[in-house]
Design a protein. Structure first.
Length: 537
């Protein structure tokens, strides 16, 4: 007799299989349509069945009924405003850009008879995103700098909020790089970043952090100035005026970071500093914007981002752990001084970057003026200090401990069983078994377990693991020089015994040094475990 509880699964499974088969054919996989096409009506027809199957198969996720509410897909469409639509006193002409939080249109201000850019929220935005538009307007309204896009005003038209700002006839930096066959020279790249750094320094002095500086947020205004030619050398002169826009993710430096910190990554990862990923305990500050400027400079010099990944998770991992190849290594034509400035901006540790955007701007000006720059290559002491302070040092120490002590236990068992299998006459077989069991259960296996806990991120296990690794090293050294307590491994010569003990001592010494080198990382990690009993497993 059929089970009525599972009779509804068949249509659901069939619909899912057909939908996946259409887009995952091994001969011609079509992943882009799978991600962009609307969901088949077949899913709408089986909506109630999908809910029932989900509630039965994954009851742990059924916390509230609203989790299974049907999404009104018409609300997820981006607003389409026709040409001539009036928002406030402004008349829309056409869309010029779109982001995750809003749409930008070219519009006409009939009162002042000028072109403006007007930013409107998406139809599917929530109240938080609408608040973000108001917040952006309040922040940018306080900033007046030649390299920051000016905001003229902000307002509401019914339930629609909007921001009115300068309109740019030129492209953004991202589009310019894609369409420009002649890449900017190193000097032009330095000049561009110097102007942006001056703007960011001005924003920082006014307590504003941008947090999402990227080529798409740098507009290139045509340089229609009628003033005399600039005194700058031709190789440094820019054919446009770069201006930073989109302060939608900006924050005030006085904001309570502990309250606003979330696990959601906002911004553009390729240009985000490691501390902005939300994984560390350092407060994101001015160093985030300096890192982003360095990432743009890197792309200007090398025609590629500093770090890339095949998928989002891999990119986040590389940004947090990998060091970009210096620009002068990718392109030998890049001057070493400019490459060093760029690498300093992209340092993983905030303290290794420029302390402010002013310092970055001044160093770029020194480079352009042919003067010695302030940036210096890190010394071996600096590199060693950074190496020991990285959180992955803890994981490596724990990982090495696990395999070393398990390998020693396996070796003890194998050499004993081999001796028995070969028929070697052991002076006291029972004593050998007892010694192997004792040294394994009291020394090596506990060490391996503590290494596992360190590898899993249990801070409480670090100190015991370090102490037991030192104790293990001391016991081996004592055993090697005191034959009365040394284990009789039945090696025929003194040389073989010395070789075995040397290998064990060296392996144990490396284990202890790993923990010694990881001490700085131990004190830089997150808060200690709150539940000791739960962390035991």
């Amino acid at each position: 007799m059929a089970n009525p509880a599972t009779d509804g699964d068949a249509p659901v499974d069939a619909a899912s299989d057909r939908h996946l088969d259409e887009h995952t054919s091994p001969e011609d996989p079509q992943r882009d349509p799978y991600l962009t096409e609307p969901v088949s009506n077949e899913f709408d027809e089986n909506d109630e069945r999908f809910r029932a199957v989900a509630q039965r198969r994954w009851p742990q996720n059924n916390k509230t009924d609203h989790q299974f509410e049907t999404i009104n897909r018409t609300e997820l469409k981006v607003a389409s405003y026709a040409s001539g639509t009036q928002v406030g006193r402004f008349v829309l002409e056409h869309k010029v850009g779109q982001g995750g939080f809003g749409i930008v249109f070219k519009a006409i201000d009939p009162q002042l008879e000028r072109d403006v850019a007007i930013k409107l929220p998406r139809v599917d935005c929530d109240s938080g995103q609408t608040d973000r538009i108001h917040r952006e307007a309040r922040i940018v309204a306080t900033l007046e700098h030649p390299n920051i896009v000016r905001v003229y005003e902000a307002g509401t038209d019914g339930e629609t909020s909007f921001i009115v700002s300068q309109f740019c006839d030129g492209p953004d930096l991202r589009m310019w790089l894609l369409s420009n066959d002649n890449h900017p020279s190193p000097e032009q790249s330095a000049e561009l970043i110097a102007e942006l750094a001056d703007a960011i320094a001005y924003a920082h002095r006014n307590g504003v952090l941008h947090r999402d500086i990227k080529p798409g947020n740098v507009l290139l205004f045509p340089n229609n100035s009628s003033t005399p030619a600039s005194s700058k050398p031709t190789r440094c002169r820019l054919p446009f005026i770069p201006k930073i826009t989109d302060f939608g993710l900006a924050s005030m430096q006085s904001d309570d970071w502990s309250r606003t910190r979330t696990s959601v990554v906002i911004g553009t990862p390729m240009y985000m500093a490691p501390e902005c990923m939300g994984a560390g305990t350092q407060r994101p500050g001015a160093g985030c914007d300096i890192y982003s400027l360095g990432a743009i400079l890197y792309e200007l010099l090398t025609k590629r981002p500093p770090l890339e990944g095949e998928f989002f998770g891999q990119l986040l991992h590389r940004i947090g752990n990998d060091v970009p190849v210096p620009p002068h290594v990718v392109f030998p034509d890049v001057p070493n001084d400019l490459s060093l400035i760029c690498s300093k901006c992209l340092s993983k540790e905030v303290d290794d970057r420029y302390r402010s955007a002013v310092e970055l701007h001044d160093d770029l000006r020194r480079f352009l003026d042919g003067q010695p720059i302030q940036a210096r290559m890190p010394t071996w002491r600096d590199r060693f200090a950074r190496w020991t302070s990285r959180p992955q040092r803890l994981r490596f120490a724990g990982h090495y401990t696990i395999w070393m002590h398990l390998a020693v236990v396996a070796w003890l068992v194998v050499q004993f069983t081999t001796a028995v299998a070969l028929g070697l006459k052991l002076p006291n077989t029972a004593a050998h078994v007892r010694d192997i069991a004792m040294v394994s259960c009291l020394l090596h296996l506990p060490n391996a377990w503590l290494g596992w806990r360190v590898f899993r991120g249990s801070r409480w296990a670090f100190i015991p693991a370090m102490l037991t690794s030192v104790a293990s090293l001391a016991i081996l050294c004592y055993s090697a020089f005191n034959s009365s307590v040394a284990f009789d491994y039945n090696y025929p010569t003194t040389l073989s015994k010395v070789a075995v003990f040397s290998i064990l001592i060296i392996a144990s010494l490396i284990d202890s040094l790993n923990y010694a080198f990881a001490i700085p990382a131990h004190f830089r990690t997150a808060q200690p475990d709150n539940d000791f009993r739960r962390s035991l497993l």
